[in-house]
Write a protein that binds this ligand. Structure first.
Ligand code: ADP
Ligand code: MG
Length: 227
């Protein structure tokens, strides 16, 4: 499903140049649950953003379902992302002015789906994530755990094949974090490929495999030995 060869990302701002990813080669198969770990600033979010088609690499090859996408222009990349990828972030990133229902409906609006079909899909995912009773609430009226559940609904409502989660439990207490992980696990059991960045060793235990990043590289040893 995902294959990168020598993927690099260099950020250039005025006089500063940062190599966030340095020749990363990896392969992730359909249906895997992969955790990405490593110290702050080692390139985890950059890698996730490129894998999730939010950003382009500076160099290297990236195959998404067998298609080389590294050179895609933004419009083409965005189109591919919207029909294949769901994102979950640490800070939930819900829109405060929209209700729970409206937030979850957003990805379907981008796909130009008719209203009756949208309603059916949104209601079904809200039921599944046990948050349907809050459909008319606004994000600020919900607990952190509930907000993350809504964000997961929004990420999965269009049935993406790939879910990317960047520290999804980072702003949650352990009980809510556990619940969010269980939801991701359920989605993985149903066949969705999941890539999750986490700082938490207990979170990463849920994954089939852990990729350790250090200073823009993949390292095979446990990261703790390097620190
Ligand atoms: P992590 O998620 O592992 O904490 P990031 O992927 O966010 O790390 O960042 C990796 C490196 O790239 C850091 O040194 C960071 O400062 C730099 N970086 C990330 N995004 C940008 C950007 N948009 N512009 C400039 N530098 C960036
Ligand atoms: Mg990060």
């Amino acid at each position: 499903m995902i294959k990168t060869l020598g993927l690099s990302k260099v950020f250039r701002t005025d006089e500063v140049e940062t190599t966030a990813l340095d020749k990363v080669s990896l392969e992730i198969k359909k249906g895997e649950f992969v955790a990405v770990m490593g110290p702050s600033g080692c390139g985890k979010s950059t890698l996730l953003n490129i894998i999730g088609l939010l950003d382009n690499p500076t160099s290297g090859e990236y195959y998404f379902n067998g298609i080389e996408v590294a050179g895609f222009k933004e419009r083409k990349r965005t189109k591919l992302r919207k029909s294949n990828v769901g994102f979950v972030f640490q800070s939930f990133n819900l829109i405060d002015e929209l209700t729970v229902f409206e937030n979850v409906e957003l990805p379907l609006l981008y796909l130009n789906m008719p209203s009756s079909e949208r309603k059916e899909k949104v209601e079904s995912v809200l039921e599944r994530m046990q948050i349907a009773h809050r459909r008319k609430h606004f994000p600020q009226q919900l607990s952190g755990g509930q907000q993350q559940r809504v964000a997961i609904c929004r990420a999965v409502v269009a049935n993406p094949r790939l879910i990317l989660a960047d520290e999804p439990t980072g702003n949650l207490d352990s009980a809510n974090g556990e619940e969010v992980l269980n939801l991701l696990q359920q989605l993985n059991d149903d066949g969705t490929t999941i890539i999750m960045v986490t700082h938490s060793p207990s979170d990463s235990e849920k994954a089939d495999r852990i990729i350790h990043l250090f200073d823009g590289h993949i390292v095979t040893e446990n990261i703790k030995k390097l620190l």
